[in-house]
Design a protein around this ligand. Structure first.
Ligand code: FES
Ligand SMILES: [Fe+2]
Length: 392
């Protein structure tokens, strides 16, 4: 009887078949400019598939090295539903752990950041060293055969690019350098030395839309002239000047030259082009024209039709406070314009009663097509490997 309360639409999307044939068909349709179906933005099964095939194997930006600059410094963070702690050990090494006590699963570290010699769980006081090893568990002497060595915090891979810290939830991930590909060179070529960038602030946001809607909006500037007048006065968003590049299945780049009329004569702007990247599946990296500046951060799904993201803003040493405030306010205004657009898309997709799929303009939205191809190829690899690992 519970089923009777569901709309026809809900019943249908709960049964989306993600078979090899369906995925191959979607890839073919994509070549003709057909986007993935609207139901894929509304479905828990598709979301699980995305978490498993796209997010789980990826390196995720979680913070910066300044947060763990000396032994004892730590911070907590989340990668979707995985809660983690990143800590600088007494031996000088930075490690990341699941923030889950090996006794009965309580959160071991409850503060967002700080400095400690050990981590003590607040439930039964199991105490861990900064390298994750279990140092003491009250009453363990009464448990025959119990060995602290058998219960360290579960370690997670962590690595850095310049000041940017990344984690990976896979047991044996590919190296971070492989995942980044040529992204560091791209960033360097616009005049940004990441080693000289200093963290300024983090801006967090919740979105009433599927994470893919948020990323797709970021992947084209077809909407810029219409929806972002201020952004379009700063950057040349005409199709002949605004370039989008799919960088070999790792990340995408959009480049746009600054409009000369937007450059104040009295200020020597070191960065003359905007660069906007997405590292699959959902890490954004933005560089605006002006003084050295960069923002970086993820978009994660938090549920069906919901997502969460943040941007960490970095600026070059010596960049004036007033200019920084101006850029943050500029980004806030553009961000609000985008939020309205993408939440409108989600509302539209949710009310679509037909099995719809959008029509991508491949000359202007080629990078959205690359994003969909990446999703479909990841799904196909997963479906193929599941089929191959069956009984028999
Ligand atoms: S759950 Fe952590 S000590 Fe019991
Ligand atoms: Fe936008």
């Amino acid at each position: 009887m519970k089923e009777a309360g569901l709309t026809a639409r809900t019943r249908r999307v709960r049964e989306i078949p993600l078979t090899r044939d369906v995925i191959t068909d979607r890839l073919r349709e994509l070549e003709r400019g057909r986007s993935i179906p609207s139901s894929w933005y509304l479905d828990a099964g598709v979301l699980e598939m995305e978490k498993c095939t796209l997010f789980r194997p990826a390196w995720h930006y979680v913070g910066h090295t300044e947060q763990v600059h000396e032994p004892g410094r730590f911070f907590t963070c989340s990668v979707m539903d995985a809660e983690l702690v990143v800590a600088h050990g007494a031996d000088g090494k930075v490690r990341a752990f699941r923030n889950v006590c090996r006794h009965r699963g309580a959160r071991v570290v409850r503060e967002s950041c700080g400095k400690r010699n050990t981590f003590q769980c607040h439930y039964h006081a199991w105490t861990y060293a900064l390298d994750g090893s279990l140092r003491a568990a009250p009453r363990s002497d009464r448990e025959p055969g119990f060995r602290c060595d058998d219960f360290p915090l579960h370690q997670v891979a962590v690595d850095s690019w310049g000041p940017f810290l990344f984690v990976n939830l896979e047991r044996k991930p590919e190296p971070l350098t492989a995942a980044l590909g040529t992204l560091p060179e791209r960033v360097a070529e616009v005049g940004i030395d990441v080693e000289r960038m200093r963290f300024h602030t983090r801006v967090e946001y919740d979105l009433a839309c599927d994470w893919k809607v948020a990323i797709e909006n970021f992947l084209e500037c077809y909407h810029c002239a219409v929806a972002h007048p201020e952004f379009s006065r700063l950057l040349n968003v005409d199709p002949a000047s605004y370039r989008t590049v799919d960088s070999g299945g790792r990340f995408t780049t959009q480049r746009a030259p600054v409009r000369s009329a937007a450059v104040p004569e009295e200020e020597g702007w070191e960065v003359r082009n905007g660069q906007y990247h997405v590292l699959w599946p959902g890490m954004k990296l933005n560089i605006h024209p002006g003084h050295p500046n960069l923002s970086i951060g993820p978009v994660f799904p938090t549920g069906v039709g919901r997502s969460f993201g943040y941007l960490d803003y970095f600026f070059g040493e010596g960049v004036a406070k007033e200019w920084i405030q101006e850029r943050l306010a500029f980004d806030d205004r553009v961000g609000r314009e985008d939020t309205e657009l993408i939440e409108s898309v989600q509302a539209g997709l949710s009310s679509d009663t037909e099995e719809g799929s959008g029509r991508l303009f491949l000359a202007s939205e080629d990078v959205i097509a690359a994003f969909h191809r990446h999703i479909l190829e990841s799904f196909r690899a997963e479906v193929s490997s599941s089929a191959g690992s069956g009984p028999g």
